[in-house]
Design a protein around this ligand. Sequence first.
Ligand SMILES: [Zn+2]
Length: 168
Amino acid sequence: MSNKFPMKNKYNHSMEVKRKLSKIFPMRVDTIYSTRILSIIKVLKAESQQVLYDAGISLAFEEFQGIEAQDLSSALAQIADLYMNNSLGKLVMDGAGKNFLLVRNYDCATCVSAKNNGKTYCWLDAGFIAGALKQMLNEDYVVIETKCHGTGAEYCEFLIAKKRRVEI
Ligand SMILES: [Zn+2]
């Protein structure tokens, strides 16, 4: 009997074989997401910033649909929970100025594979935070990543500010 799909069976290993294989070829679950995002950034170049930011907003709109928050700090706490539960990082408040907030993301899944080349990489996360805040608070925020593995920091830092309406 001919096997039309040999690839399917090729990887149908027993648990014992899988365990042996994972010792030889460790699953890089902690970096594979980051490697893929960085590849998208490499291909899209400068365009990647807006594309990933908008993708983050779109994703957050779906994830936080129907969820409301009383204020900014409880909205951020909900985003931090989602980050923690999905191994995307440990999001913590870092400080606040008159018109802005700073949050840090430790162990960020997006930029863990990034080299220190002076760039920030977590546009998807910045957009996601902005989108989640819009969804929960019904207010427009701008989120800018100011520190990243790509800039040599040990954590990512995001500046969060309310979007000002420009009146003409
Ligand atoms: Zn980052």
